[in-house]
Each structure stands twice: as structure tokens, then as C-alpha cells.
Design a protein around this ligand. Structure first.
Ligand code: DC
Length: 233
């Protein structure tokens, strides 16, 4: 593997992964792979084309030919996601799409088809990779591996708050049940299950505010990769 550095951030949703990865990518001016978005776009494309969630062959073909683009409008802004040239940035963020992504994610041929696409993000000057299996499977030689975790209850509360802030009605109990179900599916699947790499640094964010998590991770990054630009905070 080349010596272009990679920082992997894995863990279930609601642990602060997205915020941490955006912060790191902006600070370091590195590339950013949101691997969950790839699985979400695939699920959306399957739905649009009427492909069944258990049609392995059609899903594999779809994954191989998926016309997906990630566009960064400006440094620090949200990464826009396009499917067949159309903006789907918001559409892929729904709970329904997240669940659909989690249902097709265990299919071996789908994961294989998306592997090269994910590895293609590994370009100079460096990569921040966000997902479930970044440190275990996609980038096993990463420079620094972080695994974020938090209690299911806390993650459901965070998600509830996020949705409310966006003006989307939500039900805390329903969200908790969805989170528990998705965790179970993501961590018990036989291929690339959600789990920390053996050499990952595990951080439980249940009782930490996001600024503390950012500060802790920035310190780890500076220790592991010398000569980086100064952090913003
Ligand atoms: O991180 P996310 O919520 O956007 O991911 C959506 C689903 O995609 C997640 O529940 C499981 C799947 N996924 C995966 O299997 N492997 C990844 N590296 C990222 C996501």
C-alpha cells in the first residue's frame, strides 16, 4: 500500500462519526469517503428501478454500474451526492433509506462491487474514511483507526433531536427500535460485520459532548501523523 495516510472512523450511526469526519477532512484538507452514502445510493437506485432487496444478481450489477458522484461545493460544506446526475443528498438521509441500505449491505457480491470504488478515494494528500468496515476490510493498513461507539439509547436521542431540528416529526421509541434492529443486522452479518479492528482506538461518546470528542481525536491524529497543519480549535 502507498504511504498516503488514511484515518478510518468506524462505528454505528449516531456516534458522531459524520461530524468528526467532516471536521477532520476540513482541517487536513484530505479526501472524504462517506461509505454509508454509497450503500444508501445503491438502495435508492434499487428502489427506483424496482429491484428486490434479495435479488443478489441484479443488485451486484447495479452496484458495478452505479452512476454516483460526490461533489463538494466548497471547503467545509456538505458533500452533495448525485445519482445519475440528480441530487439525492437529502433523499438518501431518510431512516427508510438507511434501513434499506443496511438490508442490502450483507450481500457479498454487492460489497465486493463497491470495494474498488471505495479504495479509489485513497489519493494524495490523505483520506478520511467513514463507515462500518473501513479499518477492518477496506483499508486494513490505515494509519490511524478510530472506532466510535455509544449506547443505543443515547444515539436514538441524538437522532431524534437532529430530526426535530430539521422539522421532521419523529418518534423516539420507533427510532430506538430501528437503531437496535439496524445494529443487530450490521453487527451479526457474516461478511464485514460492524466491529472494531484489532488495532482501532475505541471511544465511547455516550457521555461526551462533540467538542470533547473532536479534541481527543485531534490529539490522537497529531500524535500519530507528525507535521500536520494546526487544528482550527
Ligand atoms: O453510515 P450509514 O448510516 O449512512 O450507513 C447506512 C447503512 O449502510 C448501514 O446501516 C450499513 C451499511 N454500511 C455498510 O454496510 N458498510 C459501510 N462501510 C457503511 C455502511
Amino acid at each position: 500500500m502507498s504511504n498516503i495516510p488514511i484515518i478510518t472512523v468506524d462505528g454505528p450511526s449516531g456516534t458522531g462519526k459524520g461530524t468528526i469526519c467532516s471536521y477532520l477532512a476540513e482541517w487536513l484538507h484530505w479526501h472524504f469517503l462517506d461509505s454509508g452514502a454509497l450503500y444508501r445510493v445503491l438502495a435508492l437506485a434499487a428502489e427506483k428501478q424496482g429491484i428486490d432487496k434479495d435479488d443478489d444478481v441484479a443488485l451486484e450489477q447495479l452496484a458495478e454500474n452505479l452512476n454516483v458522484e460526490f461533489k463538494v461545493a466548497e471547503a467545509g460544506s456538505l458533500v452533495n451526492v448525485l445519482l445519475d446526475g440528480e441530487y439525492v443528498t437529502e433523499e438518501i438521509r431518510t431512516e427508510t433509506c438507511g434501513n434499506a441500505a443496511s438490508i442490502i449491505a450483507p450481500i457479498a457480491t454487492v460489497r465486493k462491487a463497491l470495494l474498488a470504488r471505495q479504495r479509489a478515494f485513497h489519493q494524495t494528500p490523505g483520506l478520511i474514511a467513514d463507515g462500518r468496515d473501513m479499518g477492518t476490510v477496506v483499508f486494513p493498513d490505515a494509519t490511524l483507526k478510530i472506532y466510535l461507539t455509544a449506547s443505543a439509547e443515547e444515539r436514538a436521542k441524538r437522532r431524534y433531536k437532529q430530526l426535530k431540528e430539521k422539522g421532521i416529526s419523529a418518534n423516539l421509541r420507533g427510532l430506538s427500535a430501528d437503531i437496535a434492529e439496524r445494529d443487530e443486522r450490521d453487527s451479526t452479518r457474516s461478511i464485514s460485520p460492524l466491529k472494531p479492528a484489532e488495532d482501532a482506538i475505541v471511544i465511547d461518546t455516550s457521555k461526551l459532548d462533540i467538542n470533547t470528542v473532536v479534541a481527543n481525536i485531534s490529539e490522537l491524529v497529531c500524535k500519530r501523523i507528525p507535521g500536520l497543519p494546526k487544528t482550527g480549535g
